[in-house]
Design a protein around this ligand. Structure first.
Ligand code: IPE
Ligand code: IPE
Ligand code: MG
Ligand code: MG
Ligand code: MG
Length: 325
């Protein structure tokens, strides 16, 4: 398990994919090139290769699936930015702002189809299972995204509902990435499932951290609009806890900001963060994160792999969750 090598290899393979895009229609392919060349952290394909590498030396078996999963992730971002009305992604204008929403929808659709083509190049003995896992995961992501949107207009969201929403929109994909990688590497189904569990908890902690960074991160590093979730009335872990804990004037003010139609963006973000701070929601969010990180590490312990490999997974998980972008 050599994470640094996996990262380099994925970067190399994605450059190859970009090089093979046709020149026309330009409004279909230029947005895809724009999206993939400024690639982001590429966590999911590295997890796929790690899942394979734990069981086999031949990580090439998992390269197509890893690439397919990363393309799928980028497709979800193209559509997510329209849904969230987000101006910035990876420090640059989002595709639907730089071009337009129709272009972001269609280039996203093509990217999704391309992702399936890649995953379909997985080893024949496990192909049917992998395609089913991949497509079912895609459906779950849609379910999570719909809940995320529904919650914007729902005044009360219970913590359990929130956790289920982030499990679907975010956690199932890293989980599937690890499991599919393991299947490509010839793992027993039970072992592959343990990796899925590891990935699920990593994914939960990852989305909790994403919520935290949206509000408290350094926008320059995160590459997204600061406070974008607050502006969209997202029921993030921070907002949920604030709605639960705020009383009196704070609660009234928070509800006023949520229902306000006309406001200065900066002013809303700053005022809501003040309320978050007064309710000490950040510490509690970090407790949620640590809880899932611990559960992820527990899943590793049950795997029948060498202590060195367990340590490698442990270190990578630590890196993922102690991120600033
Ligand atoms: C962003 O994912 C969307 C979430 C599920 C939180 P990443 O933070 O992995 O995005 P990139 O690919 O590195 O930009
Ligand atoms: C991402 O949730 C989930 C998916 C894209 C499926 P967010 O909306 O929080 O992701 P970011 O913060 O825009 O990257
Ligand atoms: Mg978003
Ligand atoms: Mg979203
Ligand atoms: Mg987010």
């Amino acid at each position: 398990v050599n994470i640094a090598y996996y990262q380099e290899r994925i970067d190399f393979e994605i450059r190859k994919i970009i090089g093979q895009f046709p020149a026309t229609p330009e409004n279909l392919y230029a947005p895809l090139q724009y999206t993939l060349e400024h690639g982001g952290k590429r966590i999911r394909p590295v997890l796929t290769l790690a899942g394979c590498g734990v069981f086999s030396e031949k990580i090439d078996l998992a390269i197509p699936a890893a690439l397919g999963i990363e393309l799928f992730h980028n497709f979800t971002l193209l559509h997510d930015d329209i849904m969230d009305n987000a101006p910035l992604r990876r420090g640059r204008e989002t595709v639907f702002r730089k071009w337009n929403p129709n272009i972001a929808i269609l280039s996203g659709d093509a990217l999704f189809a391309e992702s399936v083509r890649l995953v379909a190049k997985s080893p024949i003995p496990v192909l049917a299972k992998i395609i089913d896992r991949f497509c079912y995961t895609a459906i779950q992501v849609c379910e999570g995204q719909q809940l995320d949107m529904d919650f914007e207009n729902q005044s009360v969201v219970h913590v359990d509902e929130y956790l289920n929403m982030i499990r679907l929109k975010t956690a199932v994909l890293p989980a599937a990435a690890l499991e599919i990688g393991a299947l490509c590497g010839g793992a027993d189904p039970e072992e592959a499932e343990l990796l899925n569990e590891f990935g699920l908890h990593i994914g939960m902690a990852f989305q909790l951290q994403d919520d935290v960074l949206d509000t408290y991160g350094d926008a320059g590093k995160v590459g997204k609009q600061r406070g974008g979730d607050i502006l969209a009335n997202k029921k993030t872990v921070l907002m949920l806890l604030a709605l639960e804990r705020a009383t009196g004037k704070d609660l009234e003010e928070l509800n006023n900001w949520i229902s306000a139609k006309h406001f200065e963006a900066e002013e809303k973000v700053n005022a809501v963060i003040e309320i978050f701070n007064r309710c000490h929601v950040l510490d509690e969010a970090k407790r949620f994160m640590n809880d899932h990180q611990q559960k992820a590490f527990d899943a590793i312990e049950h795997l029948h792999i060498s202590p060195e490999k367990k340590t490698a997974l442990h270190i990578f998980a630590d890196q993922l969750l102690n991120r600033e972008h």
